[in-house]
Design a protein around this ligand. Structure first.
Ligand code: AHM
Ligand code: MG
Length: 337
């Protein structure tokens, strides 16, 4: 049998897992399908980026104070347009939008909330380096009805019903969890479908790679400096220096960490005491994946999944990856508390 016939396609995988899930509704399955379709649409646009006039910035600055890239804007529009019509959502929130987006009354509404970073790592787009879409799916808190309010969205990561990312790289990959392990799919452009290529991903208990923007080391707190010294030295569990890798695209750095093990770190820096990464659309969904793959995600003191956001664009320091490597950082932070 040819390879692609033997692989499980994502719709079949979702239907199979749905039977075991508490969210086995048509609404929820439709939501995942439309999200995946949005990812395929974004992937197509990215693949053509060098040919169309969609590289570079729009000239605008987003709510995060960062330059908006044209592809950021395109990915954001694709997701909002498609997902608003999927019939499963009551609200969305995007890294690119200052406020949450209630689903317009002209479309059917559902019980789910979608939070996303439409194109993470977008400063890498113009140099053809991996970028990705990160998503987190929550359920509207039980007992709430009527118009959605901000409080409905401000839920701890532990409340997520699904999370994942689509990585646009040499091949496009979908990696997601619905709370039953982490599964990776590779887009077969010939048939236009994601096929199961990485079933039940497990993060190695300890890795050999640390990933951090070391250019900011003079601005870190002492615990972050000591953590990196630990990985660079020989007085660690591996008894050997770790290698350093930093793409500068969180999705790509996390994907490597998920498959090879090790740790990704974005510590607090002097001007950004909460770090740079967004809790709801970056740290929490990746923390759900890390835990489901047998790893850990921490802000140095607390489990990321336990942090309740106090605002839509709340930020958090992030230490994520192999259990032993993240635990080592937490132990160092404990000494500096
Ligand atoms: P973005 O979502 O606006 O692209 O910002 C997040 C990105 C992450 O992908 C990456 O890990 C980090 O910013 C890199 O930041 P820095 O350049 O400070 O290392
Ligand atoms: Mg991002």
């Amino acid at each position: 049998m040819e390879d692609e016939i033997a692989e499980v396609a994502v719709p079949a995988h979702i239907r199979l897992h749905q039977q075991k899930s508490p969210h086995s509704t048509e609404q929820y399955t439709g939501l995942l399908y439309d999200l995946i379709l949005s990812g395929k649409t974004i992937s197509r646009r990215i693949n053509k980026a060098g040919l169309l006039d969609i590289l570079g910035g729009t000239g605008e600055v987003n709510v995060q104070g960062e330059n908006v890239q044209k592809l950021d804007e395109i990915a954001n529009r694709i997701l909002i347009y498609r997902m608003e019509r999927c019939g499963a959502l009551c609200a969305m929130a995007s890294e690119e939008e200052p406020n949450f987006i209630p689903v317009s009354p002209e479309f059917p509404r559902g019980d789910y909330i979608l939070i996303f970073d439409p194109l993470d790592g977008s400063s890498n787009i113009d140099v053809n380096i991996n970028v990705g879409t990160i998503f987190s799916i929550l359920r509207r808190p039980q007992g709430t009805s009527g118009d959605v309010c901000l409080e409905d969205l401000l839920q701890a990561g532990a409340q997520q019903v699904a999370a994942g990312y689509i990585l646009y790289g040499p091949s496009t990959m979908l990696v997601f969890t619905t709370g039953q392990g982490v599964h990776g799919f590779t887009l077969d452009p010939g048939v236009g479908e994601f096929l199961l290529s990485h079933p039940d991903i497990r993060i190695p208990e300890r890795g050999k790679i640390y990933s951090v923007n070391e250019g900011y080391s003079n601005c870190w707190d002492e615990a972050a400096r000591q953590s990196v010294a630990y990985f660079k030295g020989t007085d660690n569990l591996a008894q050997a220096p770790y290698s350093s890798r930093y793409v500068g695209s969180l999705v790509a750095d996390f994907h490597r960490t998920l498959l090879y093990g090790g740790i990704y770190m974005y510590p607090p820096v002097v001007e950004k005491p909460q770090g740079k990464l967004r809790l709801m659309c970056e740290a929490a969904p990746l923390a759900f994946l890390a835990e489901q793959a047998g790893g850990l995600a921490s802000d140095g003191h607390r489990r990321i999944m336990d942090i309740v956001p106090d605002q839509l664009h709340a930020r958090t320091p992030l230490f994520i990856g192999s259990t032993q490597d993240v635990a080592a950082v937490e132990a160092i932070y404990k000494r500096y508390k």
